[in-house]
Design a protein around this ligand. Structure first.
Ligand code: ADP
Ligand code: MG
Length: 705
């Protein structure tokens, strides 16, 4: 349970005056809520930080007001000049003066009564807005603020500017945020006081208030002490959370899982290739982790096509040699099936019994799998999220391999490893995103890392080109020639912001178009809304070479493997991030054929998009691309955090704040070394911090302790 003290912050935003159901819907859009949160809460308003500030502090006399600037003026209302009857296109003007000169306030489509009430002739008002020059006359169109002469203090002299959404005005947000600030409770200090002194940082509550009520234009920069303080809080919370997860995994006594190598040998013998040096190293590292009594928590990083699957298979083979079971979890059904197909021939030769469990195994089929699993008649269970379900019981799970982990949350990882019974399972996480070090730390904590950094022998580089969509016909001609020589083609349709249906529509349209050119039976279509059986049939037909072109949405992004496919066309490539383009391109260049990747873009290309496409042409090195991606996009998104529901940072800005991150990392370690159960005075405050930043997995851990 969240501490009472924090409850007010987690109340729905609707509990604020002025926030009704309509605004709730708009807030949901504007506020970038964390995964699983469907309605904005007070805390979400507080984390919705300004991106700029309007400085209204200039208070010139009218004659000194500078056109083009924002100013606050004290004026007397002289006369009203309503729009002429019948011409409501003409504005309603209100002439005002002070001792130095005159200015017109200009209103389009104005409601007369409202203006008369706001600006009674003969009275004084403060007005604030942009000064303009119309011919010879100074004017202000739709002043931002009009307040009574005695209410100057109501004017936000430094007005925060928030990211908005259509229909949601800055004023509404400001008003809501002001109320939200009033609900901030007293918070204990969770940071080390001497560190705070050294950094000259304010308390957390002061910092939050300062960000929303800037007192200086520089308060809006994330180098400002208030921002630094909160960013540090967030990074520190994240580091403590990850360290707690790791601490609990490592401290629970695992068991030594050792095999005699017999199954591994049989797999080796059955492989049509030699393992690369880095594959061998990774397998050795994994074997050592598993043989040790503390639990394995290892990240296997390898570019697409680097051969992670066989490494995973070896890890699982160790489990089976030791008389226990293994699980392999993939983020999608297609991938789970593909893993099954890849592994099946080797498994058969090595005498491993495989099972499959996805959302599609239902009724009797599912029961059958579950029974076999519980009886130990399945050695390796391959599947999707379905593996998390509580009724999935292993006889003895000793290693869980999680593919493309960034699509799963930390709690899911925990849920799977918990199925390992007494000692818990060893965990191997595989990712094809070549995550730079800083991000490994923020998102995974101190995982041990094995890297596959060699491409298997015999791979040719992929030739990458970019082409305007206006040259679509040329591309199609090129495909015609390639198909004639036996090549196969992936054609990926763009991710369109918002609804999944428009992405689907684009793919369907392209499918129809290409079918017309190349013939019905030759072009397949794959998309996320398809039912599983159809998906499998389509994939199988493409794998078998019956389909020559596979048009798809981004469902093929990860892991799919058809070595004969040598051409990847990515439509609207400008809409994809680098990491995603890299992943997509990794689908080709897996066989002996020369491979091509065509990046189709719709002009005009923005600067960043162009930089991305050029980067793709320059290199196939995933780590280089990842670093560039980080540079172009900023931290949280590299992992596809937005899509995956991994918590993105709300305040912190990694990699720009990687020094803060490093400090938070060390701080968290030292702190936990002294107070592993969070029971000291500071420990209790840190618990609160974890609740504040909703580090729920971690919270569950210290509650269980
Ligand atoms: P990823 O790391 O993207 O999951 P996979 O494990 O799917 O890569 O491997 C891609 C392809 O490379 C597969 O067809 C696999 O059989 C093959 N492969 C893996 N290791 C080697 C190797 N050492 N030499 C040659 N081919 C390999
Ligand atoms: Mg893979």
């Amino acid at each position: 349970m969240r501490p009472d003290q924090l409850q007010p912050l987690f109340a729905p935003a609707q509990s604020l005056t002025g926030i009704g159901p309509r605004l709730v819907a708009l807030l949901r859009k504007a506020l970038d809520l964390p995964a699983g949160v469907s309605e904005a809460r007070i805390i979400d308003l507080l984390w919705h930080t300004p991106t700029g500030v309007i400085d209204r502090r200039a208070e010139p006399t009218i004659s000194h007001a500078v056109p083009g600037t924002i100013a606050t003026l004290k004026v007397r209302i002289l006369k009203h000049r309503p729009s002429p009857r019948g011409n409501n296109k003409a504005p309603y003007k209100v002439t005002c003066e002070d001792d130095s000169g005159r200015i017109d306030l200009v209103f389009f489509r104005a409601e007369r009564k409202f203006i008369e009430r706001q600006l009674p002739v003969g009275e004084e008002r403060y007005i604030s807005g942009r000064i303009e020059l119309y011919g010879e006359t100074l004017q202000m169109t739709h002043p931002d603020y009009i307040v009574a002469a005695d209410a100057r203090d109501d004017l936000p002299m430094l007005e925060p500017v928030y990211p908005l959404t259509a229909g949601l005005s800055g004023k509404i947000l400001q008003k809501a945020t002001r109320q939200a600030l009033e609900r901030l409770p007293d918070l204990p200090e969770w940071q080390n006081p001497s560190w705070l002194d050294q950094q000259k940082w304010p308390s957390a509550a002061e910092a939050i208030a300062r960000i929303h009520r800037p007192q200086d234009a520089t308060d809006i920069s994330n180098g400002a002490p208030a921002w630094q303080r909160l960013a540090y809080d967030e990074l520190f919370a994240g580091q403590v959370a990850l360290a707690l997860v790791r601490q609990s995994l490592k401290s629970q006594h695992g068991r030594a899982v050792k095999g005699d190598g017999a199954i591994r040998q049989r797999i080796s013998d059955a492989l049509p290739f030699q393992l690369t040096g880095s594959q061998t190293t990774a397998i050795t590292e994994i074997a050592a982790d598993m043989a040790s009594p503390s639990r394995m928590l290892r990240l296997l990083q390898g570019d697409v096509g680097s051969g992670k699957t066989v490494v995973a298979l070896m890890a699982m083979a160790i489990a089976v040699e030791a008389g226990s079971q293994a699980a392999l979890m993939a983020p999608t059904e297609v991938l789970a099936r593909q893993h099954l197909e890849t592994i099946a021939p080797l498994a058969e030769k090595a005498g491993l019994r495989l099972g499959l469990l996805t959302g599609r195994e239902k009724g009797a089929a599912r029961k059958h799998v579950l029974a076999a699993l519980a009886a130990g008649e399945i050695d390796i269970l391959i599947g999707t999220h379905a593996l998390f379900q509580p009724d999935v019981q292993f006889r003895d799970l000793s290693v869980a391999v999680i593919d493309e982990q960034h699509r799963f949350g930390v709690h899911q990882r925990l849920a799977l490893q918990a199925k390992g019974g007494d000692g818990g399972a060893n965990v191997l996480v595989m990712t094809a995103t070549p995550i730079p070090r800083t991000l490994v730390m923020t998102h995974y904590g101190d995982l041990d890392v094995s890297r596959l950094n060699e491409k298997p022998a015999g791979r040719k580089p992929v030739v990458t080109t970019k082409a305007s969509v206006e040259r679509l016909e040329d591309v199609v001609d090129g495909l015609r020639r390639a198909l004639a020589s036996g090549a196969q083609v992936y054609w990926v349709c763009p991710l369109i912001e918002g609804t999944g249906t428009s992405e689907l529509a684009a793919a369907e349209e392209r499918h129809a178009h290409l079918s017309q050119i190349f013939g019905e039976g030759v072009v397949g279509l794959l998309h996320g809304a398809m039912n599983g059986t159809t998906k499998d049939q389509t994939m199988a037909a493409f794998s078998a070479g019956d389909l020559r072109i596979l048009v798809s949405t981004t469902v093929i992004e990860v892991g799919v493997n058809v070595p004969n496919a040598s051409i990847m066309v990515i439509e609207h490539a400008e809409r994809f991030g680098l990491a995603q383009l890299h992943q997509l391109r990794g689908r080709v260049g897996r066989g002996s054929r020369q491979s091509y990747c065509v990046l189709l873009f719709k002009p005009p290309l923005g600067e960043t998009a162009e930089a991305r496409l050029d980067m793709m042409r320059e290199t196939e090195d995933g780590f280089l691309i990842a670093e560039k991606d980080l540079e172009l996009r900023g931290g949280g998104e590299v992992l596809g955090a937005r899509q995956s529901g991994l918590p993105a940072f709300r305040i912190a800005n990694v990699p720009n704040q990687s020094e803060l991150l490093a400090a938070a990392h060390d701080d968290a370690r030292m702190f936990l070394a002294e107070d592993p159960k969070l029971t000291s005075e500071r420990g209790k405050a840190v618990r609160l911090l974890l609740y504040l930043f909703e580090c729920d997995e971690a919270v569950r851990l210290f509650r269980a302790a």
